[in-house]
Design a protein around this ligand. Structure first.
Ligand code: SF4
Length: 236
């Protein structure tokens, strides 16, 4: 079976297992951008609390940008690594407001996917993962966020090679899948859930896995070496 066939077969199996989801993101793209930064390496509930507390204490984006750093760190403390995320958020706001005159990224909707990716990844600290999450969730652009779960599961089943980086995985998997936002949204969500619930880093539950019949990692006796180790610090 080719890697593309493996990718499409696994996609079908996870569609059946988890059900097709409508593309859903936060209504406000700025909320999606800053919420995505807050969401790294933390639970959804902690991210929501951090975002709400930050907006209550600093109601405008200019106020968030200009907040004393210790106060912003305190406001977002429920999200892990607040001391990394707070300067990261302020830097993004500084550049965005200086360049556009306002903290508004609705203009990205009108740009091509490539232009929007380029613009976002030029912001300080915004990497391909944050950029693709924002573009897919908020603007329904045909990109594929490859987080640690998507990376690990696609490596294990053999949809990509065991040494393929997350950045390269993005391009490879996109070339195997239709350039269609609902398809890519479901692919991302399903592999993310599968990595969280079944194909966990430690002790994957292969006996309960719908991908087991064609999984390279399982067939190797779980000895296959992968490069998708969990990162310790939040990254864009
Ligand atoms: S069979 Fe095991 S290693 Fe393979 S995808 Fe399923 S849980 Fe992961």
């Amino acid at each position: 079976m080719t890697q593309q066939e493996k990718t499409l077969l696994a996609h079908e199996r996870l569609n059946e297992a988890y059900g097709i989801q409508p593309v859903r993101g936060r209504k406000d793209p700025m909320h999606e951008l800053i919420g995505t930064i807050l969401s790294h390496r933390t639970t959804h509930a902690n991210e929501v609390t951090a975002y709400r507390t930050m907006r209550e204490r600093f109601p405008t984006w200019e106020a968030v940008r200009d907040a004393p750093l210790p106060d912003l760190i305190d406001a977002i403390q429920t999200a892990n690594y607040p001391e990394i995320k707070a300067p990261y958020i302020q830097n993004v706001l500084r550049v965005l407001i200086a360049e556009r005159g306002t903290a508004n990224i609705d203009f990205l909707r009108e740009l091509s996917t490539e232009e929007a990716m380029q613009w976002l990844t030029n912001l300080p600290g915004i990497g391909p993962k944050t950029a693709t999450l924002l573009l897919l969730f908020a603007f329904q652009k045909p990109v594929l966020p490859v987080d640690t779960h998507v990376h690990r599961v696609t490596q294990r089943i053999g949809a990509i090679g065991p040494k393929v980086s997350a950045a390269k995985a993005h391009d490879l998997l996109l070339s195997y899948l239709p350039a269609d936002a609902p398809v890519l949204f479901n692919f991302h969500k399903h592999f993310y859930w599968h990595g969280q619930r079944v194909c966990t880093w430690y002790n994957p539950r292969c006996e309960a896995c719908v991908l087991a019949p064609d999984c390279d990692y399982l067939q190797s006796g779980k000895t296959m070496l992968l490069t998708s180790t969990p990162s310790k610090k939040p990254k864009g």
